[in-house]
Write a protein that binds this ligand. Sequence first.
Ligand SMILES: Cc1cc2nc3c(=O)[nH]c(=O)nc-3n(C[C@H](O)[C@H](O)[C@H](O)COP(=O)(O)OP(=O)(O)OC[C@H]3O[C@@H](n4cnc5c(N)ncnc54)[C@H](O)[C@@H]3O)c2cc1C
Length: 471
Amino acid sequence: MAEFGRRTFLGAVGVAAVAGGERVAGGGRVPAADRDWSRLRLTGRLVLPADADYDTARRPYNAVYAGNRPAAVALCADEADVARCLEFASAERLPVAARSGRHSYAGYSTPPDGLVVDVSALREVRPGGVSVVGAGTSLLGAYEALGAAGRLLPGGTCRSVGIAGLALGGGIGVVGRKYGLTCDRLVGARVVTPDGSVRDVDAEREPDLFWALRGGGGGNFGVVTSFRFDTPPAHRLVPFELRTPAGAAVDVLGAWQEWLPGLPDELWTACRVETGRPARAVVSGCWAGPPEGLGPWLDRLAAKVPVQSRTVRPMDYVPAMRYFAGCTGPNCPPVPPTRFVASSRMPRRPVDPAVVVGLLARERPVAVLFDSFGGAIGRVGAAETAFPHRDALASAQVYVTVRAGDEAGARRDMAVVRDGLGADGGYVNYVDPELPDWRTAYYGANLPRLRRVADRYDPNGVLAFAQSVRA
Ligand SMILES: Cc1cc2nc3c(=O)[nH]c(=O)nc-3n(C[C@H](O)[C@H](O)[C@H](O)COP(=O)(O)OP(=O)(O)OC[C@H]3O[C@@H](n4cnc5c(N)ncnc54)[C@H](O)[C@@H]3O)c2cc1C
């Protein structure tokens, strides 16, 4: 464990508890304007509300939380900057949150009145059998850098999601049944803990913290500055899509769920059901085996459901990940901010397709996105990593785009669909600030161990937020 020189004010740290994101003990809040920010000297830059680029620097991806105004955004240039930020926040009893790709569903990386520790400049990727990926790397940035060196990492599809939030909460993606979740490929990380220590963490060094980093959720134990992933050789992938007619959604979702248990690991698939008059379902996925092997598996599903069109496109790894990321041209800018509310459940048995389609018979557009589990994901024990949902058939994400002035209605519809699915559990990366049973939903039986890890590495609750494991 390397340590940066502790700042003199560290000794002054008191207990700072958080309830619903508000500091309630430890001496009260110091107004942002009254803080002596000059004591936070960075190699990078500190952006304050008076700065011209404050709005650009602070904005979260989910525009529902666009009103969150942090006290400052620290654009960290290196690991030492991260350590300085945590020491400063500890001493000042200041809410603090790490930020990588800004895609937290609940805006948790943009704490109101707090300090944002932005690691997005830490995006060096060093590919190899074990690849080092800077914590600020975007997903597409990681796939492109790894793919150029012939390596592959299982992970999500959105190009501008950050590797840190994704990997720390799990990481569901299109080759997950063959290669596991992103967190399953993690073999080590560098983490700055709230005492300012920089720790090299792996199965031998700080094994409890290493366990917690694999699914225990972003922001809970420290700020990761880089990850080491076991990255298998990259190979061609075959994205596919089956479009089915409106009105067939009950049959399609039913047949899709029956199809899942017999599939080989190479086949990952999703089923998206969305409101419409009548509802419509689309089946998509990715084949990670020899291209000629996919057809017979698709035939099996197609024999059970009406198919309007069937698209199968073999491609090299990087073009495939660009395709899933929605990149059509050579330039692929970050996905622009959007307003949405979302949640999830983790069904272990098939859900009733008629119930799902019934729930979606509403005015406001709502989608339920089922992503298949099983394969390599299901062969890891529920307590082996902090990610507990190993026996899930799929994740079921409920997603509602928020239209102007309609947030309350969108939240209402989202909750009705979420609660009507007839499944429990929840994916911490689809973090839902209104999920009633969020502690057990995200972590199940792993919660007590996660709390012990948080107590050990963050005894003063410096990193606490509304849905942190200790809340
Ligand atoms: C459009 C979109 C598509 C998505 N697609 C997928 C998908 O295909 N698969 C999937 O599994 N998930 C997906 N997600 C969910 C995604 O995994 C989570 O939103 C994730 O938390 C985002 O990580 P981030 O780094 O971009 O976000 P941030 O908002 O930067 O961070 C998210 C959380 O992690 C913490 N954190 C950030 N950086 C660090 C760090 N360096 N150290 C410690 N904690 C840190 C933050 O404090 C915050 O609590 C998607 C999300 C969106 C918005």
